[in-house]
Design a protein around this ligand. Structure first.
Ligand SMILES: NC(=O)c1ccc[n+]([C@@H]2O[C@H](COP(=O)([O-])OP(=O)(O)OC[C@H]3O[C@@H](n4cnc5c(N)ncnc54)[C@H](OP(=O)(O)O)[C@@H]3O)[C@@H](O)[C@H]2O)c1
Length: 215
């Protein structure tokens, strides 16, 4: 089997550990980081994400091919974009004013497009953001399972989007490729599939019927 990319998961709150666990189960080498000292999450990582390596964010990212951003969007604004240069970046974040506060640039349009503009040296793919963290783990199924569900993948760089569609597939969802990062607006809060867990035909129908998917 071809060697899978190393993953750096930034964020060890609700979403990050679930994504890390799913990726480890799928065979990816995974490092996890917060904005602080990895020692602070060493014990919890051992207990809750066995197999993941807690690291300083810069070290985890430096060794990774794929970086998953599972941090609150308002904290993303403090992240140095240069850290992520040359990486495939999975934007698993959502703009949630109730917890992020009102962030003017994110009030209209697509949050991942703004993320991508800030991360001009990275290939940003929106994925793993639209299913709640409990369900993301509970509903994951191997390919071919009759009750397997779908998850969206939106990016402007075809090779990066293919790598992330493969990741989504391996962690337990039928990937649905959207035409562009902009079309990933259907995956964000207010979009037709946000907070839902749909089968492939249901997902494709929901997305097809939404004008945002055509942009
Ligand atoms: N909750 C869900 O069901 C779910 C599902 C999919 C996607 N999401 C999205 O994922 C994002 C995170 O949500 P959450 O609920 O997991 O948040 P959370 O529970 O508040 O956890 C945030 C984590 O990010 C870390 N962090 C903050 N700044 C960082 C940085 N610069 N580098 C590395 N780590 C950093 C925090 O640690 P320190 O503060 O110690 O640095 C903390 O571990 C949100 O945008 C959310 O919309 C959430």
């Amino acid at each position: 089997m071809a060697e899978l990319s190393r993953l750096a998961v930034l964020g060890a709150g609700h979403a990050g550990p679930v994504i890390a666990r799913l990726a480890i189960k799928a065979g990816y080498p995974v490092a996890i980081a917060t904005s602080g000292d990895p020692e602070d999450i060493a014990l919890i990582t051992e207990l809750v994400i066995p197999g993941a390596r807690p690291r300083w964010a810069a070290d985890a990212v430096a060794d990774a091919g794929i970086v998953v951003l599972a941090i609150p969007l308002h904290r993303f604004l403090d992240l140095d974009p240069a850290l992520l240069n040359g990486k495939i970046v999975v934007d698993a974040m959502n703009y949630w004013p109730a917890s992020d506060g009102v962030l003017k640039p994110f009030e209209e349009g697509g949050s991942s497009e703004i993320v991508a503009r800030r991360l001009a040296g990275s290939a940003v793919v929106k994925a793993l953001n639209h299913i709640g963290y409990h369900e993301l783990e509970d509903r994951a199924r191997p390919a071919g399972a009759p009750d397997r569900r779908a998850a969206g993948v939106a990016g402007d760089d075809p090779a990066a989007a293919t790598a992330i569609a493969d990741l989504v597939d391996r962690v337990g969802y039928d990937p649905v490729r959207l035409a562009h990062l902009r079309a990933g607006r259907v995956l964000q809060p207010g979009g037709p599939v946000f907070g839902t867990v749909l089968s492939l035909p249901e997902f494709e129908r929901a997305v097809r019927d939404d004008a945002r998917s055509l942009t």
